[in-house]
Write a protein that binds this ligand. Sequence first.
Ligand code: A3P
Length: 323
Amino acid sequence: KEEDYEKTYQKYGEILQTLPKERGWMSEHPVRYQGCWLSPKSALKGVILLQNHLRNRPTDIILAAFMKCGTTWLRTLMFAIMNRSLYDFSSHPLLKTGPHDCFPFLDAYIYENYPITDLEVLPSPRLFATHIPYTLLPESATASGCKFVYIWRDPKDVLISKWQFMNKIKPEELPSLSIREAFEMFCQGISHYGPFWDHVLGYWKASQESPEMILFLKYEEMKREPLVYIKRLAEFMGQPFSLEEEKEGVVQEILKLCSFENLSNLEVNKIGVQKFSNVLVVNNREFFRKGQIGDWENHLTDEMKERIDQITEDKFKDTGIDI
Ligand code: A3P
């Protein structure tokens, strides 16, 4: 109801007043909310609106990730797996649709499309994406029995990918961030939805408690054995490939369709744009940079590498996460 949303907006305004701020990656200063750094006008608003208004269904599947860990790839894979009986690979919607248009990104969607009635009319099973850390998810998501697919990546590559991305999408009048500035903020945890390590740990712990609810993936492992992981993803989504499909090469077709080489060369991803909100419009080509493992070696000094590796080791030791 309209008045419920008004109340949530009021609550958001009150919370915002109380939060510590820091200098961030762009002109807007991120705020720290329950241990997480969020852009005040978008992510924080999104989190609070979702916590109060999202109604999940047990059949929903949510793709969750820290920025630049592989959302674009996973989005297309999940969409292609889920809808494979509907489309032919030669005229597939992904050949004409930007990868971020194939299902809603909850965090931005909610404050641009208020009230969220059109999410309610989507047929089940619904696919969503989010960058929200596990601890800030709405209870509706964690208690509804819906599933999560989580992907993470070597933080050194996340940093480089994010640094390059932010410099591409920043307003022209802002100066570029140096790698040193980006590195310092990243190490201090000041990064959209960060700290990075807490984000990974939140989903890791939840996946240990409920492995049937959270599929915990790593970009590097998927790159090395994509067919194995596409099959695992399909099983987890409740859509395993039949023997017939495997014989017909459907898994390979999906891999090919969603590959970096294929997607990045499509017209829609060369010249199309993704409108996340009224103020955030990103050229689709910025979602495709190199798609490789280990590009950090071209940008980080030995000292920077060691500092990030040390943080990772300290944060992840005794957790069971395979670094
Ligand atoms: P690089 O900047 O290292 O190239 P996200 O999608 O979460 O924003 O992550 C972006 C990273 O995923 C970028 O990494 C991008 O190039 C890579 N990427 C995009 N599409 C991909 C695909 N189909 N396969 C593999 N990697 C992909």
